[in-house]
Design a protein. Structure first.
Length: 125
């Protein structure tokens, strides 16, 4: 996992710029980890500043997998699968949360990031 417990809490963002061949649509897939005491927060993904995925999480979701040694602060692993119209030559992707506490209290992480593109036919560029 990239980020996670004691790493990515309040204010943490993962950003990546990816050069792409001519295309008209992109799809982003990844695994998003919610760790520990998320007291009413959302995780999200943006492309060019537009939110293409978000999900609210709660403290007790869903089982204890990792994070701090407080059994009632649970872990939830979800699959992100989002698609958006996109034609720019560089995709500007940001993954984050609206967490407001330190990463030993509430944190997030990602793994298995995939970017797919719908390529243009030769006639469209
Ligand atoms: Ca908290
Ligand atoms: Ca909080």
């Amino acid at each position: 996992m990239y980020g996670g417990y004691n790493n990515f809490g309040k204010g943490a963002k993962i950003s990546k710029k990816i050069d792409l061949p001519p295309h008209y649509r992109i799809k982003i897939k990844m695994t998003y980890f919610k760790l520990d005491s998320w007291d009413g927060h959302e995780g999200w993904v943006t492309v060019e500043g537009e939110r293409i995925w978000k999900r609210a999480f709660a403290v007790a979701e869903t089982y204890k997998l990792c994070g701090i040694a407080e059994f009632t602060w649970k872990t939830l692993v979800v699959g992100v699968d989002a698609e958006v119209a996109h034609t720019k030559g560089v995709a500007n992707i940001v993954v984050g949360s609206d967490l407001d506490e330190t990463p030993d209290n509430e944190s997030f992480g990602v793994r298995d990031f995939f970017l797919y593109i719908a390529k243009c036919a030769k006639s469209c560029y």
